[in-house]
Each structure stands twice: as C-alpha cells, then as structure tokens.
Design a protein around this ligand. Structure first.
Ligand SMILES: C[S@@+](CC[C@H](N)C(=O)[O-])C[C@H]1O[C@@H](n2cnc3c(N)ncnc32)[C@H](O)[C@@H]1O
Length: 311
C-alpha cells in the first residue's frame, strides 16, 4: 500500500512549476490518493481541507508532520467540511490550527506579480480561489486601459484587482460589505487607488437591474456566483433559479464587442455543462486556459465559459 508521504511526494513532483510561479497553489487534490482531502499552500501556511464524514486525526497529523518537515511550513490549518454540520465534534471545528506554530490571522501572498490578502482561519474560504488563477490572468490579458469591467459576486475582488492592474475601470459587486472591504485592501496593497473604482454592496441581481436602468454597458463582465446563498437579511440567491435572470441581465449590460466570463462550481452544471444563454454565443478565440497543473489530476472544480454578444 502506498503511504501518505509517498502520495504527497508524488503530488509535489507533479507541480514544481506551479510551486515556483506562485506562493499559493494546491499541493494535493482528493483524487491523487487520499480521498476527501485537499491540501493548499499559501506562503508558509498549509491548509488541509477534509471532506470526510468523520475527521481522520492520525492521518491528518501524519500529513501535517510530513509537510512541516518536507516544506518547512510550520503553520498548518485544518478545515473540515461536513454536509451534516451537527456532526462536527468539539475538537474539529470549521477551522483549527494543528500542533506547531499558530497560523497568522492574515498574510499576503503573491500571484502573477499581484498581492492578495489571505485569512487562513476565515470560515471555509481563505480569500483566494486557487483554481481560477489562470483565468484571472487570461481575463487581465483581454483588458486594455480604461476598459470597463463589472465583477459580480466579487468576494475579495481578485478578478477586479487583475483587471484594474491592467488599467480597467472596475465595478465590484458583492452582497457582503466585509468582502468589499477585503477587496479594497487588495486594491490598496497593489497600489491601485480605490477612488477610480466602484464597490457596490448589493444583491447582484439588484445591482445589475440598477446599472441597466442607468444605461450602463461594460466591456467585460465577470459572473462567478456561488450555487446558493442566503444573506444576513434573508435574501437568497439560487444559481438554478436565477441563472436565466442573471445571464439575461449580463447580456443587457454587455457592450457590443464585450466579453462575458461566466463560471461556477455548481455540480449539476460541472457534470452536464452550462445551460445556453440567449443572445450570447460562445467565444472560442481566445480560448480559456486549460486546467492548471495543480488541479489537473483532480475532478473539475468549476465550469467556465467566455461569451460574446450574438451578431
Ligand atoms: C463563490 S464566491 C465568489 C468568488 C469570486 N468570484 C472570486 O473570484 O473570488 C461567493 C461570493 O458571492 C457573494 N454573494 C453571495 N450571494 C450574493 C448575492 N446574491 N449577490 C452578490 N454577491 C453575493 C458572497 O458574499 C461571496 O463573497
């Protein structure tokens, strides 16, 4: 039987390029030999994500020890994802530091020459979705100075930062004020003045409706929503329910020669493909990047497409 350290050595050997290019990458996907476990690196911090019904403490601790010695990363955080959250037992909360150095509450990592604030202990996400790294760079390369970009469900604004760093004027929308504050921190750290950019704390559909009423058009629209969400005041978003409205508004807000990038991690759409969008056609040139090397041995984590207005 292959030991967990052999599995990890093999996984590390597969991604030397990703590890050299960025301080943040996936070190192990759940499909590389240890089911239900993904391991990410953010600088000196390792984040293990367990998707197992019952946390496997001895295995997890052995892996943490291996990673500390092999990579010299002293801080290891474990995040546990249980479908039935009543089964999270006391020692395994949503995010726990494993023995070793306590992880910092926040740190900056560099990706493609840009800096992003990571909060390793923050809920289920850390501030940056690593699987979208190459798409962020791809969309940045579509930007020409002064182009207008609308980034919906922006979270920590990583797509906005990439586009703004290439000279775009961005509008970032997220229902969570905290996400927009995080987005602004990312702008500032990258020496992008927030003054020339717009940050809207609204439900995406309301924000889009408002922008449409103002007669706004955007050269690039990024829609990367969650599958489902419920805001603090009870408003819900359901991708399945709202897909048509979301994409129709996206089409209405797109300038004639503009591009709309749509992606999501909704499992039905990953398996069956994204439903077609009226008035928009798939754009095959330029082509979206292939799965990055640190994710290509795992199951697809999202489905994405680049669309243009139908002529
Ligand atoms: C899957 S993430 C989006 C990831 C993001 N596009 C990125 O590149 O990092 C989910 C984000 O959507 C936001 N969100 C959830 N429901 C929303 C809604 N109805 N309108 C606007 N934002 C919403 C959340 O606050 C969260 O920041």
């Amino acid at each position: 039987m292959t030991s967990s350290s052999e599995i990890l050595e093999r996984a590390l050997a597969h991604r030397p390029r990703a590890a050299a290019l960025t301080e943040a990458c996936r070190l192990l996907t759940p499909e590389e030999g240890i089911s239900h476990l993904a391991i990410d690196r953010y600088g000196d911090v390792i984040v293990l994500q367990e998707f197992e019904p019952e946390p496997r403490l001895p295995l997890i601790e052995a892996m943490a020890d291996f990673l500390r010695t092999r990579l010299g990363c002293q801080c290891v955080v474990l995040k546990t994802f249980l479908k039935d959250r009543t089964r999270l037992h006391l020692t395994f909360n949503r995010s726990v530091a494993l023995p070793g150095k306590a992880p910092p509450t926040s740190l900056w990592i560099e990706e493609n020459g840009l800096k992003f604030l990571i909060r390793p202990n923050e809920g289920f996400s850390t501030g940056l979705f690593l699987d979208q790294r190459d798409n962020r760079q791809f969309l940045k390369e579509l930007v020409v100075p002064h182009m207008s970009v609308l980034n919906l469900f922006c979270y920590t604004g990583s797509f906005s930062v990439y586009c703004a760093s290439a000279g775009a004027t961005t509008t970032s929308v997220d229902i969570a004020k905290k996400a927009l504050e995080w987005t602004k921190e990312n702008f500032v750290e990258n020496s992008i003045p927030v003054d020339g950019h717009t940050f809207l704390a609204r439900h995406a559909l309301d924000a889009m409706t408002g922008l449409k009423k103002q007669g706004r058009r955007f050269d690039l629209i990024i829609i990367d929503p969650p599958s489902f969400s419920r805001s603090k005041n009870g408003e819900t978003f359901s991708l399945k329910r709202d897909y048509s409205a979301l994409t129709a508004l996206g089409r209405d807000l797109l300038s004639d020669a503009g591009h709309l990038y749509f992606s999501c991690n909704f499992s039905d759409y990953i398996e069956r493909g994204l439903p077609p969008v009226g008035g928009l056609a798939r754009c095959d040139s330029p082509n979206l990047p292939a799965t990055p090397i640190d994710f290509d041995r795992g199951k697809p984590t999202f489905v994405g497409t680049l669309l243009k207005a139908q002529k």
